[in-house]
Design a protein around this ligand. Structure first.
Ligand SMILES: [Zn+2]
Length: 355
């Protein structure tokens, strides 16, 4: 322990470093692709170029990665940076002699993907800042996972498997969607890789949450644990028993009750936007001038934004309904979850983090 004075910083810093590496790589790949001379996506049968879907998914993924990389701590600054990046991308396409051109539809596709990513981040983010209870445990588990390169290898394998499933499925569906097989394959690969990576990430985080609960592990450094209610002996992180509390099992009826109003408002808002916006003078012309595929991307973005806002509201309502969670050991709850709990004797301090 003495040799490693700050494992808390070490785990978080390593995790952030790895996310930054991945986000940087994704940005470089995107910029190379968007400035590749004369690159054209094939046209939708009887229609215009279909790369707005690629723009939408690219910005969805890029924005998510950049948020994970912690270059931005506020959503509005991430939003502004995303807009600036999209504008920069189109501007350099326009001025460089690479036979790529400024395209408003591309920008709109970027914008829709950016908004969708921000809505997902907002909808799934911890409800309190700094995160408390289960959210704190989840954040710690995620950092512990991302701090080890071996785990990234597993995520990469899962992403590759997802792409291997997504590409053939999308190519098979290309005929029905009347979109070029190459574009569909690209989209299928991207979506499959993102889904596979996300699934593996979520399973890994959940496994670590289980381990941390089992060993009363410190969510900051993974050490199994110091006396609860004081600081972690390994890294100094304050530890309350509520961190390890198992959330109440939510009844289906409760979920329905908490979801009804937010979902109704989201559906109403979306319906109103679809009905009214295209009729507004000025905006109507702009919308008409967009390619059909771009309008699809905008609609997809709108659905995700409404869904993200609804998700946030549903989670807040569910949290209000729950009693704050069950603490595994009855002795913990007597003084509001701050009682001391002896560390499991069989666990070495580094055990949890090594798993
Ligand atoms: Zn610790």
């Amino acid at each position: 322990m003495a040799a490693d004075p700050s494992p808390r910083l070490a785990a978080t810093a390593a995790a952030t470093r790895h996310w930054r590496l991945l986000a940087s790589l994704a940005i470089v790949v995107y910029l190379v692709g968007s400035h590749w001379p004369r690159l054209r996506f094939p046209e939708v049968a009887g229609g215009p170029s279909s790369d707005k879907i690629v723009h939408f998914f690219s910005f969805l993924i890029l924005t998510t990665l950049v948020w994970r990389a912690r270059w931005f701590t506020r959503l509005w600054s991430l939003f502004a940076a995303g807009l600036a990046f999209a504008a920069f991308d189109e501007f350099t396409q326009a001025i460089l002699p690479i036979e790529r051109f400024f395209n408003l539809d591309d920008l709109v596709g970027d914008f829709a993907g950016l908004c969708a990513a921000l809505a997902v981040i907002h909808g799934t983010a911890p409800l309190t800042s700094p995160p408390r209870g289960v959210a704190r445990l989840r954040q710690g588990a995620s950092a512990l996972l991302a701090a080890r390169l071996m785990n990234w290898a597993q995520l990469a394998v899962a992403a590759a498997l997802g792409a291997a499933v997504g590409v053939p499925l999308a190519v098979m569906g290309a005929g029905a969607a009347r979109i070029d097989p190459l574009v569909m394959g690209l989209i299928g690969g991207g979506v499959g890789a993102a889904a596979g990576g996300f699934l593996a990430l979520e399973l890994g985080v959940r496994a670590r949450i289980r381990t941390l609960r089992e060993h009363r592990g410190c969510p900051a450094c993974g050490a199994a644990s110091a006396p609860v209610g004081r600081a972690c002996a390994c890294c100094g992180e304050p530890l309350e028993a509520t961190i390890w509390a198992v959330p109440d099992r939510i009844r289906f009826a409760g979920v329905v009750a908490a979801s009804a109003v937010p979902l109704a408002i989201a559906a109403l808002g979306l319906g109103l936007a679809v009905a009214v916006l295209p009729r507004l003078p000025g905006l109507a012309f702009a919308i008409e001038s967009l390619e059909p595929i771009t309008r699809m991307a905008v609609l997809a973005g709108g659905v995700v934004v409404a869904g993200g806002l609804a998700l946030r509201s549903i989670r807040a309502r569910l949290q209000q309904r729950s009693s704050g969670g069950r603490v595994a050991d009855a002795s913990d709850t007597r003084d509001g979850g701050l009682a001391s709990v002896a560390a499991p004797s069989a666990s070495s301090p580094r055990e949890v983090v090594e798993r």
